[in-house]
Design a protein around this ligand. Structure first.
Ligand SMILES: Nc1ncnc2c1ncn2[C@@H]1O[C@H](COP(=O)(O)OP(=O)(O)O)[C@@H](O)[C@H]1O
Ligand code: SF4
Ligand SMILES: [Mg+2]
Length: 362
């Protein structure tokens, strides 16, 4: 792998993570910031600093698109998608849903907006009420959607069948199901509201590998059938590979690289992405041998006091003095492949040349 010494991609002036090629945008996220103040006392305590959980994230999600979001634990993935689902408040920036600014939607608007942007959580055990039967769990969102009393039972059974479960099991409790089945119930609960977007927070991380594929296939089928868009969070690059149209790599609250999925694996531009790729096995041993590995040393720094300059500079083997002082902007290296790095890797001659203004402003 080569580095060429200086970032030469065209800076993207307005909207750093460019729009995907096809489809109307469902979500437009611009400079999103979620900071959590840390206080020493329980009430009105002195501020002990701020956790920079999400720090200037921009991207666009197209209709029917799956955007994978990958990064180590604590980098802000859950906070990001909880904020998009309007379960956590943004402290800065903007979220647009179908063109409408929903960043600070008030109480009356919040209910309908949340119905469109549903979450599926990592741990189905923890996210399902253990004292409720599956029929009751699904009836609540159905009633919220306005399904009449007479129709709820039938729709509950239909939903269960649609996620590959036995409709006869409506009277069972969550503990009577396997982990994979519980996650199917979590997905059915989200679908009950007929959302346009699912925010999937590591939806298969807690499941056995053999079950993971089944749940991913189900999500794929549901996306086709209902025309859903997905934001699919994972902590490593192996899971999102086959489900994502594009992938965004996150580090300490910022996006480091955004790319069409296949290109991210064959030609990572950012050293952090390369380090994440080095951590997963490649099926082809010839490619494995040929590959130069970037190894990120140590643990991620504390998001209360993130490093100046490039946030990755304390762990990056390519870091220079410039990296420690100047934060690199996300730049467009062509074809919707963006990276924030002063010393990008794997640039072809064509990609190293600055992109045309039209490509950069897309
Ligand atoms: N409600 C909160 N109050 C304070 N800090 C929080 C809160 N939620 C998350 N954080 C912090 O924000 C950072 C990002 O967390 P999170 O979004 O859960 O990361 P990830 O999902 O990538 O593991 C972490 O340092 C975490 O401790
Ligand atoms: S420290 Fe940051 S900007 Fe510098 S080479 Fe590494 S990733 Fe790129
Ligand atoms: Mg998380």
């Amino acid at each position: 792998m080569t580095t060429d010494g200086a970032a030469q991609g065209a800076p993207v002036p307005d909207h750093p993570a460019t729009a995907p090629a096809a489809g109307e945008p469902v979500l437009e996220v611009r400079d999103l910031e979620v900071h959590f103040p840390l206080r020493s006392g329980a009430l009105f305590g002195r501020s002990r600093g701020v956790v920079h959980a999400v720090d200037g994230v921009s991207f666009t999600l197209a209709d029917r698109e799956t955007l994978g979001i990958v990064g180590e634990s604590g980098c802000g993935k859950s906070t990001l998608i909880r904020t998009l689902a309007r379960l956590t408040d943004a402290t800065g920036g903007e979220i647009r849903f179908r063109g409408e600014d929903i960043t600070h939607a008030g109480r009356r608007r919040l209910g309908p907006v949340r119905r469109e942007l549903q979450m599926v959580f990592q741990d189905p055990q923890a996210s399902l009420n253990p004292r409720k039967r599956v029929g009751q769990i699904l009836a609540t969102p159905l009633r919220l959607r306005g399904v009449g009393r007479d129709a709820v039972a039938g729709e509950t059974r239909e939903l269960l069948a649609r996620v590959g479960m036995n409709p006869e099991h409506v009277n069972r409790f969550p503990h009577e199901f396997s982990g994979g089945q519980r996650q199917r119930i979590g997905i059915a609960r989200a679908l009950a509201l007929q959302p346009q977007v699912l925010m999937l927070d590591e939806p298969v991380s807690a499941l056995d590998v053999s079950i993971q594929a089944q749940v991913i296939n189900l999500l794929d089928d549901l996306q086709q059938e209902f025309g859903l868009a997905y934001v699919f969070v994972a902590h490593d690059l192996s899971v999102v590979r086959h489900v994502s149209d594009r992938i965004a790599v996150m580090y300490l609250g910022k996006l480091m690289e955004v790319s069409p999925a296949s290109e991210l694996y064959s030609r990572p531009i950012h050293p952090y992405t390369d380090a994440l790729l080095s951590a997963i096995p490649i099926p082809d041993p010839r490619r494995n041998r040929a590959r130069t590995r970037t190894v990120a040393t140590g643990e991620p720094p504390n998001p209360i006091d993130p490093p100046k300059g490039c946030r990755f500079h304390t762990r990056c083997p390519l870091a220079t003095d410039e990296c420690a002082t100047t934060a690199p902007p996300l730049r467009d290296f062509g074809g919707g492949h963006l990276a924030a790095c002063h010393h990008p890797m794997n640039l072809s001659a064509a990609a190293a040349a600055p992109s045309s203004p039209s490509a950069a402003s897309r």
